[in-house]
Design a protein around this ligand. Structure first.
Ligand code: FAD
Ligand code: NAG
Ligand code: NAG
Ligand code: NAG
Ligand code: NAG
Ligand code: NAG
Ligand code: NAG
Ligand code: NAG
Ligand code: NAG
Ligand code: NAG
Length: 604
């Protein structure tokens, strides 16, 4: 970018008077900004917040969804299960028929409001293993992404808060592994309510410590074992990118946010240093509505997520030339990696019925009881509704002598990283499948953490409002089906411990018939779904690599003016649900943007 542009955009900035949250494009009169952020989701909110901490840097956020304000179900932690799929807060995607799932399509939830998926997710909060980040550094050839360098962003990004019930958390986590930020940050906490299975889990960890060791804190780089869950919940309420980052930034008169604004096109505005430059975007409230255009002197930041970002790149002419041409889209940059290499964590829940009724299920069936808990939550931010989806989770490996390793190289990110995950909930916690009318349940959710399957997104037309074909290609490799089957066998061993004898009745539904190897395989293929962690559709790769969509500084390859900061740039699945890694990518992404700004200020 030129010094002149920076001079106009930054130093001579001063035409805005106050920050505004516009409820639609119709109300909004486009002006010029230093930065435009596409998508006010998890990453977009962090970047907007960090950039506007710099005086005089002006930022516009365009968000397709609604405002998060006043959406009570998004605030109440345990109501996370009601927010998706197929609700006003969801993009309502589904996958293509998955061959590995016996041709079933499964829901593919994505948040559609300020805060994005962090406003609708299940609030499990982790950041992955040291191995994961060291792999990101190795794959991108940028040591800045390694575990040691990312520690500064952990400190800045999170704020440990007391659990809602104020219990003594000694022994449940290791404070030095965590951030106690005083600024804009995501609030995190240990479970705010004990459950009748907490002690049974801990007893099982003692009795079967070889297979299921206790991990005193999975935030320090070594994730292996089972421990207490940390969630993005503060003072009994969901902490999202909207509440943790956008809200504190909104009073700044350098930030404008427009909701109900779907960005439909990245507009090429010229050529700079021999490559196409993009400094404007077009947006509209809905298909057929009036389209507006707005421009940024510095950069357009794409934070539309693993689905939205590659769709927008492609409808704007950045993608595989053959595919774009067949849809009548003029190619500006031929890049066959856009939308490819989609990866995700397959999810599979094993459910058991319980002998008694001391689970959260009863409450969900008793409207007046539930009402009283909503009142308690509203008045005091206490009671069962402050609960995260589980009080314990863990990260586990296949045995070193597992037969699959005779033919397949271990795909885990390192020796201290897992192949599969376990989440232990004292209620029916099966995403997308409603609770049965009767019964009380314990759910052990498993997820395959080191998948080797890769899928893709495919546009079906040049229309930016048209959902793409989403094919995660679940369980398409021998390793993936092997590992998820082993996870199912392992959770049965976990539940066979003496701690559960008087509590658990029997496996429920098809899970009850999954005993032989073939039956387990049938159960896996008939019942697995997604834990909603799509990544890698605009992956980072080394500068000059023959694949990948962004350089390690997150700038889009082959163009000027575009950067991507969201889940799509992460090249491999982490040992974590994905919000934590996205938050950390966003913190460093904001630093990289600001570093370039500082350089150009020196030019002035
Ligand atoms: C139901 C569910 C449960 C999950 N549970 C967990 C969990 O427990 N723990 C965890 O760590 N992770 C969880 N995740 C995953 C995690 O929330 C996501 O990986 C992460 O939030 C993604 O961040 P992002 O910034 O890449 O995308 P998002 O947060 O999804 O943000 C993208 C934003 O861009 C907007 N957008 C898209 N296209 C456009 C466009 N063209 N114009 C304007 N705006 C656009 C979207 O509306 C959205 O607000 C879950 C996700 C879901 C959906
Ligand atoms: C998703 O489905 C819900 C429920 O039918 C609907 O209200 C919402 O508008 C849909 N969202 C989109 C983006 O189509
Ligand atoms: C899935 O669909 C493919 C293609 O239509 C077909 O060949 C295959 O037999 C189907 N598999 C199952 C299990 O139905
Ligand atoms: C919490 O428990 C630990 C260990 O049992 C104890 O040392 C500590 O004093 C307790 N803290 C408070 C505030 O009670
Ligand atoms: C937050 O503020 C407290 C009290 O001022 C201070 O002790 C602590 O170091 C600060 N934490 C961070 C991460 O800045
Ligand atoms: C997918 O990622 C791998 C590296 O993990 C890379 O070698 C390959 O070229 C990528 N494929 C595409 C189409 O980008
Ligand atoms: C739960 O079981 C107890 C007996 O153990 C019974 O008194 C109570 O009514 C039951 N509650 C519900 C909601 O079924
Ligand atoms: C809120 O807390 C107060 C003080 O502990 C208590 O008296 C009140 O009953 C609580 N409200 C509800 C609805 O539980
Ligand atoms: C792996 O080793 C264990 C003993 O450590 C043994 O019990 C088991 O049978 C071995 N499994 C295989 C597949 O060889
Ligand atoms: C794995 O973790 C152990 C224990 O925390 C540690 O000693 C070891 O160095 C780690 N190994 C690697 C390769 O990171």
């Amino acid at each position: 970018m030129s010094a002149i542009k920076t001079l106009l955009g930054v130093v001579c900035f001063g035409h805005l008077t106050s920050a505004v949250l516009y409820s639609s494009p119709t109300e909004f009169v486009p002006r010029d900004y230093d930065y435009i952020i596409v998508g006010g989701g998890t990453a977009g909110s962090v970047v907007a917040s960090r950039l506007t901490e710099i005086p005089d840097v002006s930022v516009l956020v365009l968000e397709a969804g609604i405002s998060h304000e006043g959406i009570i179900n998004s605030q109440i932690p345990l109501f996370c299960t009601t927010l998706t799929p197929n609700t006003p807060y969801d993009w309502n995607y589904t996958t293509t028929p998955q061959a590995g799932y016996n041709n079933r399509s499964v829901p593919y939830a994505r948040g559609r409001m300020l805060g994005g998926s962090s406003s609708v997710n299940y609030q499990v909060f982790m950041r992955g293993s040291a191995d994961d980040w060291n792999r990101y550094a190795a794959v991108s050839e940028d040591d800045g992404w390694n575990w040691n360098n990312m520690q500064q962003y952990i400190a800045r990004n999170e704020r440990v808060t007391p659990p809602a019930d104020n219990h003594n958390t000694t022994g449940e986590f290791i404070p030095s592994h965590h951030g106690f930020s005083n600024g804009s940050a995501i609030s995190i906490s240990l479970p705010g309510r004990s459950t009748p299975i907490d002690d049974r889990v801990l007893q099982t960890l003692q009795e079967q410590s070889d297979e299921f060791p206790f991990n005193p804190d999975m935030g320090g780089g070594d994730v292996l074992g089972i421990g207490w869950m940390i969630a993005s919940i503060g003072h009994g309420q969901r902490s999202s990118a909207a509440t943790g980052f956008l809200e504190p930034a909104l009073p700044r008169d350098t930030l404008d946010v427009v909701v109900n604004s779907h960005v439909t096109k990245l507009v090429q505005t010229g050529t700079e240093d021999g490559v196409p430059s993009f400094h404007c975007v077009e947006f509209a409230e809905a298909a057929g509505a009036e389209t507006k255009r707005v421009c940024a002197s510095e950069e357009i930041i794409l934070s539309a997520g693993s689905i939205g970002t590659p769709v927008l790149l492609q409808v704007s002419g950045i993608g595989n030339r053959d595919e774009l041409t067949s849809l009548g889209i003029e190619t500006i940059v031929h890049n066959p990696s856009v939308g490819k290499n989609l990866t995700d964590h397959p999810l599979l829940a094993g459910v058991w019925t319980t002998k008694g009724n001391d689970t959260l299920d009863s409450m969900f069936r008793d409207a007046s009881l539930l009402d009283s808990y909503v009142t308690e939550w509203t008045d005091n931010r206490t009671g069962p509704l402050v609960s995260p989806i589980a009080n314990h989770l863990g990260w586990l490996r296949l045995a070193n002598n597992a037969s699959i390793f005779e033919t397949v190289e271990d795909p885990a990110s390192g020796p201290n990283s897992s192949h599969w995950e376990i989440i232990i909930s004292n209620f029916w916690a099966v995403p997308g499948i409603p609770m049965p009318a009767e019964g009380n349940f314990v759910t052990i959710t498993t997820a395959l953490i080191s998948p080797t399957s890769r899928g893709e997104l495919q546009l079906v037309s040049s229309d930016p409002f048209e959902p793409p074909l989403i094919n995660p290609n679940f369980l398409s490799t021998d390793f993936d089906i092997f590992a998820l089957k082993e996870a199912i066998k392992a959770i049965k061993r976990f539940m066979s411990g003496s701690a559960w004898e008087d509590y658990i009745d029997a496996p429920y539904g098809d899970f009850a018939n999954a005993n032989t190897d073939d039956e387990i395989e049938a159960f896996v293929r008939n019942s697995a779904a997604s834990i909603y962690h799509p990544l890698s559709t605009a992956a980072m790769s080394p500068r000059g690599a023959g694949w990948g969509v962004v350089d390690p500084d997150l700038k889009v390859k082959g163009v000027e003016g575009l950067r991507i900061v969201d889940a799509s740039v992460i090249p491999y699945m982490p040992n974590a649900p994905t919000q934590g890694p996205v938050y950390l990518i966003s913190e460093r992404g904001a630093d990289l943007i600001i570093a370039d700004l500082d350089d150009s200020i020196e030019l002035c």
